[in-house]
Design a protein around this ligand. Structure first.
Ligand code: PLP
Length: 406
């Protein structure tokens, strides 16, 4: 077989579909992020990033950087092994304690990413609990879907955030069938928030275990940054809380938090945990510093909420359509893949504004969008430049103005 010919053919296919991904090559500037330098065709361009998941700018926070510098010098670069074979550094242990405390749980377990934590966490629970049936929200993240599929446990997909449908699907199985319900709190593309209390009511009625992905909420919601479940006083009713250290906490890694026995169980049976090198100690220390800071400081969260509200208000004044939602994510709706890409290119080339177009298959055809994530590190000048540029291109392309109903 001509392998390269096969690869090329497949790539040509996604290119024709407009699904081929081109990465934007940037250097983020510590101390002045969201400002960055873009590298393109042997040239550079100053850009402002408006689509980062470093939601609070913690990736450049002095407290985080100091912790990372110190531990890099103290412990060296890598962990030097899997957790079982010499790789458990004291900074991992401290971070797991910090995470358990954040979510009011007995224990927490670190993974190399949020993706791996979902894949290994759900995969292990669903495959090892005898007869387990999984109930997965229709819009769950790829990492949860892959974990559930990998488990080979039977699964049912319930309509997105539809509590009646979940109740109905759970009712198809008797009380003796172990049930695992998996969902997210903040859904990252529409920015909607799940009705967590109602979901928990239904799960409790059926004796189901609950697994929530708070990846887009940890650090951002709740008085200590514990997520939407913390804000709503629901953490103790949820079996497993999963999160990332790579988004609002600004570093990298993922985790689950739950009872001591559940966490010990996943620690003891999850291949994706056991057979992988532990995170660098400096990364663990940086994440712990970030979490600790956000447990005690509301300033970043407040500034983010203000910035988000301001961008929404200005978009409304200009009639630029965006999905209303109760979160920090602003989906500016374009509704056409080519236009979405074209607008994104135009913003970059003419104004150094970097907003990645979000097209199919990440979102359904016809709902193509620019996903804005205003943060405390965007200033008034950044915001004004964004708004004026958007207004300009909306006029040039004769795009529809007016608000959009949810
Ligand atoms: C980004 C994301 C993940 C994966 O987290 P990483 O730490 O980036 O691997 C998991 N769930 C959701 C909903 C996400 O958006």
């Amino acid at each position: 077989m001509d392998f390269d010919a096969f690869f090329k053919e497949q790539l040509d296919e996604i290119r024709e579909d407009g699904r081929y991904r081109v990465f934007t090559d940037i250097k983020r500037h510590r101390g002045s992020f969201p400002h960055a330098t873009r590298f393109v065709d042997d040239e550079t361009q100053a850009v402002t990033v408006w689509c980062s998941n470093d939601y609070l700018g913690m990736g450049q926070h002095p407290v985080v950087l100091e912790a990372m510098h110190n531990v890099l010098d103290e412990c060296g670069a890598g962990a030097g092994g899997t957790r079982n074979i010499s790789g458990t550094n004291h900074y991992h242990v401290e971070l797991e304690r910090e995470l358990a405390d954040l979510h009011g749980k007995e224990a927490a377990l670190l993974f190399t990413s949020g993706y791996v934590s979902n894949w290994a966490g759900l995969g292990t629970l669903a495959s090892k609990i005898p007869g387990c049936v999984v109930f997965s929200d229709a819009l769950n993240h790829a990492s949860m879907i892959e974990g559930i599929r990998h488990s080979r446990a039977p699964y049912k997909i319930w309509n997105h955030s539809d509590v009646d449908d979940l109740d109905c699907k759970l009712s198809d199985f008797g009380p003796d069938v172990p049930k695992l319900v998996a969902f997210e709190s903040v859904y990252s593309m529409d920015g909607d928030i799940a009705p967590i209390a109602e979901i928990l009511d239904v799960c409790e009625k059926h004796g189901a275990m609950t697994y929530i992905d708070e990846v887009h909420a940890v650090g951002l919601y709740g008085p200590r940054g514990g997520g939407v479940a913390e804000r709503e006083g629901l953490m103790d009713r949820i079996t497993v809380i999963e999160g990332t250290l790579g988004k609002a906490f600004g570093v990298m890694g993922g985790y689950i938090a739950g009872s001591a026995d559940l966490v010990d169980f996943v620690r003891s049976f999850a291949s994706g945990f056991i057979f992988s090198t532990a995170l660098p100690p400096a990364v663990a220390a940086g994440a712990a510093a970030s979490i600790r800071h956000l447990k005690n400081s509301d300033a970043e969260r407040e500034q983010q909420r203000e910035r988000v509200a301001e961008v929404r208000r200005k978009l409304d004044m200009l009639g630029i359509p965006h999905l209303p939602n109760p979160s920090h994510i602003i989906p500016v709706m374009v509704g056409d893949a080519k236009k979405c890409k074209m607008i994104s290119d135009w913003l970059m080339d003419n104004h150094g504004i970097y907003v990645q177009p979000i097209n199919y298959p990440t979102v359904p055809v016809g709902t193509e969008r620019l996903r804005l994530t205003p943060s405390p590190v965007h200033d008034d000048g950044d915001t004004d430049r964004l708004i004026h540029a958007l207004s300009d291109i909306w006029s040039q392309c004769e795009l529809a103005r007016g608000s959009i109903a949810a």
